[in-house]
Design a protein around this ligand. Sequence first.
Ligand SMILES: Cc1cc2nc3c(=O)[nH]c(=O)nc-3n(C[C@H](O)[C@H](O)[C@H](O)COP(=O)(O)OP(=O)(O)OC[C@H]3O[C@@H](n4cnc5c(N)ncnc54)[C@H](O)[C@@H]3O)c2cc1C
Length: 472
Amino acid sequence: MQKIERDVVIVGAGPAGLTAALELKKAGKSVAILEARDRVGGRTWTDQIGGATIEIGGQWISPDQTGLYSLINELEIETYPRYKEGASVFIDHDGKRTVYTGEDFPVGEATVGEINKLIALMDQLAAEVNPDTPWTHPDAKELDTISFHHWLESKTTDAVAVECVGLFIAGGMLTKPAKTFSALQALLMAASAGSFSNLVDEDFILDRRISTTMQGVSLAVAERVGTENIYLENPMLRLEWSKDGVVAHGKDVSVSAKRVILAIPPNLYSRPTFEPPLPRWQQITHQHQSMGLVIKVHAVYATPFWREKGLSGTGFSPSSLVQEVYDNTFLNDPRGTLVGFISDEKADQMWALGEDERKAAILESMAGFLGEETLSPEVFYLSDFGAEEWTRGAYATSYDLGGLHRFGPTQNDAVGPIYFASSDLAGEGYQHVDGAVRMGRRTAARIVAEFEGTEYDASFDGAESAFGALAR
Ligand SMILES: Cc1cc2nc3c(=O)[nH]c(=O)nc-3n(C[C@H](O)[C@H](O)[C@H](O)COP(=O)(O)OP(=O)(O)OC[C@H]3O[C@@H](n4cnc5c(N)ncnc54)[C@H](O)[C@@H]3O)c2cc1C
């Protein structure tokens, strides 16, 4: 067992942990990162599959994500737009397929009116919610103890409007059924993206991609942190802690440090052994944040055949197996790639099937949007983060009903020398790489202020580095 000493040990080499390490290094502090996997990037991960570049995890960046934008500017990494030309496809509850343009789903005038009424209401409430402290909203308790589905039902009798609006946050973001999380949790998601209108606008929220892929951002940060400081295949199994510091025990390295940052998803906090155990409050709190489940479907074709039909590749259907489809062709690839999403209970159903049956059902559903050419991809791949031991779901964690206002207020408190940083504890950029970057920067700035006996500015939002660019 190798024994080393650092100012700060960071657990997890995802975007949050790596950004924290980069910031600490800029401030002149020594760091080591323990990472369970044999790679950096966490929930951002690119692989070559059947000769195609597949972004298995996170990939899109939206204009409000200024924390991530400032990081990629610092790293001199470019972005490129998602293909958006042409009409979209909507499939309704009865299986009727409609090709449409414009922002409104083709669901009839009265339902469009109800959907827009709900969107306006969500926008109004989201503007009242501070994403860093959603529990301070005057109606926080009331909003946190009613499910998003039932809250929507209390605002309209139009079931199709409820289903369509529910889709944006339930299937589309938290990847849990809308009956299992609260209206406050939905408002946090909306406020974290600037507004609910931003969330429902796929041209905004899925605006651009990263030229080096999203995992490429983590690889570039890792290079600046120094790969010699990153211990791969070293899950932290045990943490000894006291007011004087910590010893983080990985598989084959132990790091003594003054502080530790747990930059792992909250559903995994119970995985290492803590000596002494964490206080009662944290032991309870951490049981109330759980992962959603979504299957990200990748299908690569010889050409982007849908473009020749005047279609953008975008499709929505709250009732279909695959509820969203987009053109996901990688930069400069002459082939065409589609990405689709299968969320929560529909994902459960798919994993219960055999491989061939599952593939056939998924392609059949995608063909409903874009035609029978969809049935024969050259490459077909399903992202399966639910089966990944060091993530256990996708995209991210959220609180159960009532958990956000009860446990949220202390979720970012340090416990002695132990700090928590995750996209799933972020306000702005919540559940996104942007939130991970912001949390990495904020946590590093808090620790540096403590080391140096200076005042930490609690309003620091992590949109920019607190320490400038790293001298190279
Ligand atoms: C399929 C999918 C699609 C997504 N799409 C997008 C998108 O388009 N845009 C976007 O912005 N976001 C997207 N996200 C979310 C985004 O990827 C995450 O918000 C982000 O990666 C979180 O960063 P993080 O550093 O907080 O955590 P993670 O990325 O989860 O990193 C945590 C790290 O900790 C490691 N770890 C866990 N336990 C231990 C341990 N005991 N010891 C040592 N290491 C440990 C893990 O291996 C991992 O490397 C998506 C996520 C998924 C899964």
